[in-house]
Design a protein around this ligand. Structure first.
Ligand SMILES: [Zn+2]
Length: 429
């Protein structure tokens, strides 16, 4: 048995919907055996229960559940900080050219390693990641994801129009290349395959149709795409699909519905569209820093709660401003503070947005998302640099809630000391 001793901070239940709360143990510990959390309690209690355990003493640091990023793009790390452009010109001028440069295994391997390393360095233990359009690059990404020890859901990005030549594939090729990667990777080595049409702008009906076919023909897949991010994008989708009553209809027609589907953004959905998304059981990835960075709009969180559409926070690197999910939680908080119909979010609700809510979206809430006995030992250790503003704020904090508020506001990469997945250390600063 191993005991990890620290100030343990977690969320019990779902505080976004009024049935959850902060759970903190200032001198607490996790008891871990064979990658599983056996118990969480005060350190003295656990030591008494498990005498002779190997103790990892992290007093003075904060131990939280591993963070879960439900929307991030593998090939987009170099695009972080590409300023001055709204979505469609940001894609055409900066992002597609950068993605097209990762066109073989040699260029993809260091990019994949760097991307996965940055996830772990930010305390992210599980990610739903958009892949490359190029199968050789995506194959390398899966190889490196398996080697990283992280939990990674991803898939080949698909599109047959409005993309640079290097990223284009016709529908038959999209189907064949996706199927090869599904057969090789889905359900192996911590990896789950996600069928990934880029967005309706880049996908003819034939491509959306083969996505529906792939989802029906293969068990246990996830689905991810974009929806209702930017007004110009929505107008373009309307012109490309004149029969569709709204953006969601372009996916709905091909059966891209159900709880395994994660739609990123959804800032400008109409009432009927929200109601159909709720009935279809799909979930939304909320990417607040990306939405501000591209000037796309702000997330109507209250509407999503009222319609009963599940959502979780995500980084959306490279339109997002970095890999830190604490930063995204802060951006989600600020977004709701600025909206007239904003939802009041406390530190527990914000931590839930980047942990338990994501686990639920990915159908992994029996495995990860909180520090409970029986779940996988996925956790992050936060240790603010001694001379930092964060350390100064925490030294004055009167409660675990205040400490969590300070971590969300100020803790970034430099405060992440180490990250574990299934009890195995995958990162140390
Ligand atoms: Zn995205």
């Amino acid at each position: 048995m191993e005991l990890f001793r620290a100030h343990v901070i977690d969320v019990d239940g779902d505080p976004l919907r009024g049935n959850g709360r902060l759970r903190a143990l200032p001198d607490g510990a996790l008891a871990v055996e064979q990658g599983i959390i056996m118990s969480v309690d005060d350190y003295d209690t656990l030591l008494h229960r498990h005498p002779g355990s190997h103790v990892h003493d992290h007093r003075g640091s904060f131990l939280l559940p591993g963070l879960i990023d439900v929307h991030v793009h593998f090939p987009q790390l170099p695009v972080i900080g590409a300023m001055g452009l709204p979505l469609l010109s940001w894609l055409n001028r900066r992002t597609f050219p950068a993605e097209a440069r990762l066109n073989n295994a040699e260029s993809a391997r260091p990019a994949a390693r760097s991307f996965l390393r940055r996830l772990a360095a930010n305390g992210t233990t599980t990610a739903l990641a958009f892949g490359s359009h190029i199968p050789q690059a995506q194959q390398v990404f899966f190889e490196e994801a398996a080697a990283s020890g992280l939990r990674v859901c991803s898939g080949l990005s698909l599109g047959d129009r409005d993309l640079p030549e290097a990223l284009l594939r016709d529908a038959d090729t999209c189907y064949r290349e996706s199927l090869e990667l599904i057969k090789r990777w889905n359900g192996t080595e911590g990896i789950r395959y996600a069928v990934t049409p880029r967005f309706s702008v880049c996908c003819s009906e034939a491509v959306l149709d083969i996505c529906g076919t792939l989802m029906r023909e293969n068990e246990g897949l996830l689905f991810q795409t974009h929806i209702n991010e930017n007004r110009d994008e929505i107008d373009l989708v309307q012109r490309l699909f004149p029969w569709a009553e709204d953006y969601f209809a372009t996916y709905e027609r091909y059966g891209l519905t159900g709880s395994q589907c994660v739609y990123a953004h959804n800032l400008h959905a109409g009432e009927d569209e929200l109601s159909r998304m709720a009935s279809a059981g799909v979930a939304v990835a909320h990417c607040p820093s990306s939405n501000s960075f591209l000037g796309s709009g702000s997330f109507p969180m209250r509407q999503h709660l009222e319609y009963g559409i599940p959502f979780a926070a995500a980084s959306d690197v490279g339109a997002g401003t970095g890999f830190s999910l604490f930063k995204e939680a802060l951006a989600a908080y600020e977004t709701q503070m600025l909206r007239e119909d904003g939802v009041a979010l406390d530190p527990a609700a914000l931590l839930y947005l980047v942990t338990g809510a994501g686990a639920k979206l990915l159908g992994m809430d029996d495995l990860v998302g909180s520090l409970e006995s029986g779940k996988q030992a996925d956790f992050v250790l936060m240790s603010p640099p001694p001379q930092s503003t964060l350390a100064a704020v925490i030294s004055e904090a009167g409660s675990s809630g205040q400490i969590l508020g300070a971590l969300i506001t100020l803790a970034r990469e430099e405060s992440v000391a180490a990250t574990w997945v299934a009890g195995r250390e995958v990162y140390r600063r």
